[in-house]
Design a protein around this ligand. Structure first.
Ligand code: SAH
Length: 410
């Protein structure tokens, strides 16, 4: 396996752990995390990527996972209930299962998430597919020592032209220096020539997997974008936090007459413009007028409201407002304020689409705040639907649910 010269050999080291009774119950129930606070006995301090073998009070096997001495999530579970060697064959099984879970995606969608971390039993790891290119993002340094067998399994089972590595900020600081692996490194295959191209529900998109946000595209909003397309006929649409114009393009194809993409990022808006150009063979896209507004969403919404602007459909899809528990209260206030501002630029009887991707904010709390904002604005909402996760972003444990979206007439 010297096809990956920069990648260290797999860790064969193990730490043994005994856990507190609550953690025992959670692990028996299939929970994918063991927190440091639940560890009762540890054989010795391990290195990132050592395999942690977890036992109950009576010394019975509970789970095996990846040890990360610097994270409060001390172990990310790979396998519950019975021991298994964590090797190429084991990874192949997980990759094949992940692929089967997504088998119903249509050929008109070549950009989707192939592995969604914990929810596909590969915790702390995301693998996104953009046609024949793949972007592998690691959220824990523990993965670095298991990349070789994972990549070998990937090449055997999935293939593709290339894999690009992305590292979360924490992984960059911890492993970059250690192994010479860096954010944006090519793990396998040929370097991409510029952006990666893919289609989503037949629309063409381009993404920069190295400089773009997340792995380059917000694949999780695909179905909500398709819903907006169905609601957009004849509408003027304001897409707030548009990024590279995903919702905007769907609205245009759905027959929106005017579409405004609003974002703080100029590079993102430049790509949104390009997305309209590369889809202008679609008559409805060519016919829609696309405008771009660059700046802070809150300030711009206030300005648009003052100018008396009103749209038939308003999409609010902000970045996560709460990344930590102590940010939740502030996030709820921000979601409420955003919904109020969104309603002020929504024509009476128009459609409000309000999304949240903060896992710390529950769906119920989020929907409550939007309804309270509507009441405060004296714009009672008539609900169309509430949506959650698409099939390529499955949810298998409570903390894994992050995406929620409300569609309502306001
Ligand atoms: N709806 C998009 C994804 C949105 S991601 C899609 O379907 O692809 C969130 C976006 O909000 C990012 O593009 C980011 O640049 C932008 N953003 C972050 N803070 C902002 C702010 N204060 N005002 C406007 N845009 C902001």
């Amino acid at each position: 396996m010297n096809q990956f010269p920069n990648i260290p050999d797999p860790s064969q080291k193990r730490v043994a752990i005994r856990v507190a009774p609550e953690a025992e119950r959670a692990l028996r129930g299939g929970h994918p995390w063991l927190f440091a606070s639940a560890i009762r006995r540890l054989s010795h301090e391990g290195q990132p990527g050592d395999l942690a073998v977890i036992f109950d009070r009576k010394g019975r096997f509970l789970a095996v996972g990846l040890y990360d001495p610097h994270s409060p999530i001390r172990v990310r579970i790979l396998q519950h209930d019975r021991p298994a060697p964590i090797n190429e064959e084991w990874f192949a099984g997980r990759l094949v299962a992940a692929q089967q879970r997504r088998a119903s995606l249509p050929p008109s969608t070549t950009g989707y998430r192939l592995v969604h971390g914990e929810n596909d039993s590969l915790p702390g790891l995301v693998l996104d597919r953009y046609e024949n290119s793949f972007v592998l993002k690691l959220y824990t340094p523990a993965w670095v020592r298991h990349l070789k067998p994972l990549l070998a399994a990937f090449i055997a089972e999935i293939g593709g032209e290339r894999i690009i590595l992305r590292l979360s900020r924490q992984v960059q600081t911890e492993t970059g220096a250690l192994f010479g692996l860096h954010d944006g490194a090519l793990l396998y295959g040929s370097s991409p020539q510029g952006s990666l191209r893919f289609v989503e529900n037949g629309l063409q998109f381009e993404t920069d997997p190295i400089h773009g946000q997340k792995t380059g595209f917000f694949l999780d909003q695909r179905e909500n974008r398709a819903r907006v397309e169905r609601l957009a006929s004849g509408a003027s649409v304001l897409n707030v936090f548009s990024y590279t114009g995903g919702f905007s393009l769907y609205a245009a194809r759905g027959g929106a007459t005017h579409v405004t993409s609003l974002d703080i990022s100029l590079p993102a808006l430049d790509v949104a413009k390009r997305h309209f150009e590369i889809n202008d063979h679609i008559p409805a896209v060519a016919a829609a007028r696309h405008e771009m507004l660059r700046g802070d969403a809150f300030a711009l919404l206030e300005r648009l409201a003052k100018q008396g602007r009103a749209y038939d459909l308003v999409v609010l899809d902000p970045p996560a407002f709460a990344r930590r528990q102590d940010e939740v209260a502030g996030a709820l206030i921000a979601y409420g304020r955003l919904a109020r501002l969104g309603l002020r630029v929504l024509r009476k009887g128009g459609t409000l689409v309000a999304a949240s991707c903060s896992s710390r904010v529950s769906a119920n709390e989020f929907f409550r705040v939007v309804y309270e904002a509507a009441a405060a604005e004296k714009r009672p909402l008539q609900e169309i639907e509430r949506t959650g996760h698409p099939i390529d972003h499955p949810v298998t444990f409570k903390e894994g649910a992050y995406l929620k979206c409300l569609f309502a007439k306001g």
